[in-house]
Design a binder for this molecule. Structure first.
Ligand SMILES: Cc1cc2nc3c(=O)[nH]c(=O)nc-3n(C[C@H](O)[C@H](O)[C@H](O)COP(=O)(O)OP(=O)(O)OC[C@H]3O[C@@H](n4cnc5c(N)ncnc54)[C@H](O)[C@@H]3O)c2cc1C
Ligand code: FES
Length: 500
């Protein structure tokens, strides 16, 4: 039986924290308890600042607890493209910042004594198609990265690849244990964390900020860092400047020893692998099957495509022990946004392109320096206020036209059934109830959950995600539980009930 949970969240004890039930004053408010929020909170605390961290759900349980756990400067085959598009200076900044982040994470793990299965090893990107990896290796080396052209056979992956690039001495860890360690160290040193305390509003107040939670509590601070994957609500307009993309993961036992190196394909479809220490020598994690959040009719096919790949590569029939999915955001010019959000008192970090363990560690240092008024060498490449080049603007226009179409077309989608007595156990979807569209799901205990399937962010129609039992919004990536609770923003309010 496959467990529907990330292999990390299923094997870590994340600490629990109280709900915020008294108003607070502090130096810095951090909103969001994923990798970026927790790392920023620790960095600021180490500078002697008072920090309050508000988490809408439970710390570490959204994207950061669902990653592949690779901390590497090898982000697929990106460096030749970065150089061509952004020039040498920015490509250099991106490369150096991320390579330093690999060491920065290791330093934090050792200093805080976090037990998170940390190990060093090679990471390979390989091509089974047309990607020019000879140039990628050359550019990456010129940028000072530990990159080498490699024989694909070195990967230990039994596939036929045309070429590969190896980055030496990259890092692997158990992300949920890493996050648990960060949170424990932060609170042990006097940091205040509150869970189930979703922030709904954030405004300037005097020289600082005031935030309000869904339960009406207030936090007044000199600075606010919004590290909520995508800034919540409409902060900085980032919802219209980035796209949400969901990936799927499986943890399996192979019939033979698993490759010990990290690997990732340069060509679509993405297949990213790493060893799964908890699964023993034959344990393997495979992540991929990417698509826009809310953009796939049946996400079970995404999971199946990963299983099929393993079966084909190893000539076997595996049943995953764990399967999970998560989303991350991409920007039109492929670089994250980190820093001061336009038109808002908030500092933000978003658009990590599925490389937020390293990019997000860079972001945390940049956010700390912005709060302290210090220069930071990466502020230009991650500039949160940029619009980007002409190609980026064209991409933005295209993305937003698509969102407009999604908005208009949503309720014309085929309804699944004429009434709620048609909702089978474990199934969900859109139903017609007395001429109204109702979202319904019957859980495994036979309880029926109904919602108004309209996103509370900006009103787009939602799609039922059968593979994960969530309501997903294709417009800007909000995700909701079957009972309507917010799982991922930018939405801050739960779904309405049909009877409201
Ligand atoms: C499947 C997958 C695999 C990946 N693998 C890797 C990898 O191997 N290496 C790598 O470098 N990167 C990887 N990434 C990318 C990386 O995981 C992300 O970029 C990173 O985790 C983002 O961190 P975050 O803190 O911004 O987001 P999150 O971890 O999502 O944290 C945001 C937090 O904010 C909270 N929140 C949201 N709204 C509010 C609100 N209004 N009030 C209070 N709290 C709120 C959420 O509940 C959440 O806990 C992967 C991504 C995916 C999807
Ligand atoms: S996330 Fe913006 S409308 Fe749904």
């Amino acid at each position: 039986m496959t467990i529907q949970n990330s292999v990390w969240l299923g094997t870590a004890n994340l600490p629990r924290y109280d709900v915020l039930d008294t108003d607070q004053e502090t130096d810095v408010l951090v909103v969001g308890g994923g990798l970026i929020g927790l790392t920023t909170a620790i960095y600021l605390q180490q500078e002697g600042l008072g920090v309050v961290l508000l988490e809408g759900g439970r710390i570490g349980t959204r994207t950061s607890g669902n990653t592949t756990g690779k901390v590497t400067s090898q982000h697929g085959a990106i460096y030749a493209g970065l150089l061509d598009r952004h020039g040498r200076d920015k490509a250099q900044q991106y490369a150096t910042a991320n390579q330093e982040a690999v060491d920065g994470v290791e330093e934090l793990v050792r200093r805080l004594g976090i037990e998170c299965e940390l190990s060093r090893g090679p990471s390979f990107v390989y091509s089974t198609g047309d990607t020019d990896l000879a140039r990628e290796a050359e550019v990456a080396r010129e940028l000072g990265l530990p990159a080498h052209p490699a024989d694909p056979a070195e990967m230990g992956l039994p596939i036929t690849a045309a070429a590969a690039v190896r980055f030496d001495d990259q890092l692997l860890l158990h992300p949920a244990r890493y996050l648990a360690g960060l949170a424990t160290a932060f609170s042990a040193a006097g940091g205040r964390i509150f869970e189930q305390s979703r922030v709904t509003d954030l405004d300037g107040k005097g020289d600082g900020v005031e935030a309000r939670t869904a339960a009406g509590r207030r936090v007044v601070a000199r600075h606010a860092v919004v590290a909520t994957l995508l800034p919540f609500g409409t902060i900085g307009g980032y919802f219209a400047r980035s796209r949400p993309n969901q990936s799927h993961g499986i943890a399996v036992q192979l019939p033979v020893e698993a490759p010990t190196a990290m690997t990732i394909s340069a060509d679509a479809p993405t297949r990213s692998t790493r060893p799964w220490p908890g699964g023993g020598p034959s344990g393997l994690i495979v992540v991929g099957a990417n698509h826009e959040t809310g953009g796939q009719e049946d996400t079970n096919t995404s999971y199946q495509s990963l299983v099929d790949w393993v079966d084909e590569v190893w000539g076997t029939k595996v049943q995953p022990e764990y399967r999970w999915s998560a989303e991350d955001y991409s920007t039109p010019d492929q670089l994250p946004y980190v820093g001061k959000a336009p038109g808002s008192p908030a500092l933000i970090a978003t658009g990590m392109h599925k490389w937020g363990l390293s990019n997000g560690t860079v972001a945390a240092g940049l956010l700390r320096d912005t709060v302290l008024g210090r220069d930071n060498p990466w502020s230009e490449v991650f500039d949160a206020g940029r619009i980007g080049d002409a190609r980026s603007v064209a991409k933005l226009v295209q993305d937003n036209l698509k969102v407009g179409k999604e908005f208009a077309a949503g309720h014309l989608r085929r309804l699944l059934g004429p009434g709620l007595d048609h909702v089978e156990v474990g199934e969900g979807g859109l139903f017609d109830v007395d001429g109204k569209t109702v979202g319904a799901y019957t859980d495994l205990e036979g309880r029926l959950h109904t919602v108004v399937p309209v996103c509370t962010h900006l009103g787009c129609p939602l799609r039922w995600n059968q593979g994960d039992s969530t309501w997903d919004c294709n417009c800007h990536g909000s995700r909701f539980a079957p009972n309507g609770a917010v799982l991922d923003g930018p939405a801050t309010k739960p779904l309405a009930k049909p009877e409201d």
